[in-house]
Design a protein around this ligand. Structure first.
Ligand code: 5RP
Length: 232
């Protein structure tokens, strides 16, 4: 098996630490992305070993659903359960107030539904995701229904952003979300008021959800390399 690079070693360490916090008889929100993928793998391992019992997951994307099936995590839906005990999900940026930018995997709409419903939302990131101000390194994803693409792009530019339609591999066509929509990535140079911008963008007709998660995260687990060792 190929050796993991530093970023993946941090993701693996933090994914394991998150999986270790899952308890038996719980409903777990299953996030999307490469860091959460490690958490799902370790939850599956613990279920196989019998360390965990009666855990059911609620996936935040088709991708998470496929991985959960691969790792043997039973699944349920929001129609059937009355609570989510813990959600584990990654982020693209985390500020000192635990506000996030998410949506690098175009899954932020379902992620916000599941993560916001969880009793505890546990964010799993490597240290490269920590920023002083949101928007300093990552573009803000905005999911938009296709017919509203152009007016929403104009409105985002009026708000001071530089919007770009997210394209797929080889730029052969746009990325399409699990809901059949498009994603606009917007460059804002350091977001002064994330709570205000989250509401303002979500009020634009045609916008389904944006990737600002303000006041949703409870615990941030950060993977780092210290003295050459992955540490959380
Ligand atoms: C997907 C997300 C991901 O959680 C976020 O992009 C982090 O991904 P990764 O762990 O691969 O860096 O928000 O929509």
């Amino acid at each position: 098996m190929a050796e993991l690079d530093a970023a993946n070693l941090m993701k693996q360490a933090v994914g394991k630490a998150a999986a270790d916090r899952v308890k038996s008889n719980t409903i777990v929100g299953l996030g999307t992305g490469s860091t959460t993928a490690y958490a799902l793998e370790f939850i599956g391992d613990r279920l196989k070993k019998g360390e965990l019992e009666n855990v059911v997951g609620i996936p935040t994307s088709f991708q998470a659903e496929v991985l959960a099936r691969k790792y043997g995590i039973p699944l349920t839906t929001l129609d059937v359960v009355d609570r989510i005990d813990i959600a584990i999900d990654g982020a693209d940026e985390v500020d000192p107030q635990k506000n996030l930018i998410k949506g690098g995997g175009a899954a932020h709409t379902r992620e916000k539904i599941v993560d916001a419903l969880a009793e505890t939302f546990l964010v799993v990131v490597d240290s490269g995701k920590l920023v002083d101000k949101l928007g300093s390194t990552f573009l803000l994803p905005v999911e938009v229904i296709p017919m509203a693409l152009t007016p929403v792009m104009r409105a985002l530019a009026k708000l001071g952003g530089k919007p770009e339609l997210r394209m797929g591999i080889k730029k052969a066509g746009p990325i399409v979300t699990d809901q059949g929509n498009l994603v606009i990535d917007v460059k804002f140079d350091a977001i002064a008021d994330p709570a205000e911008l989250e509401k303002t963008i979500n009020n634009l007709p045609g916008v389904l959800e944006n990737g600002l998660f303000v006041g949703v995260a409870d615990v941030i687990l950060v993977g780092e390399i210290i003295d050459g060792q992955p540490t959380v």
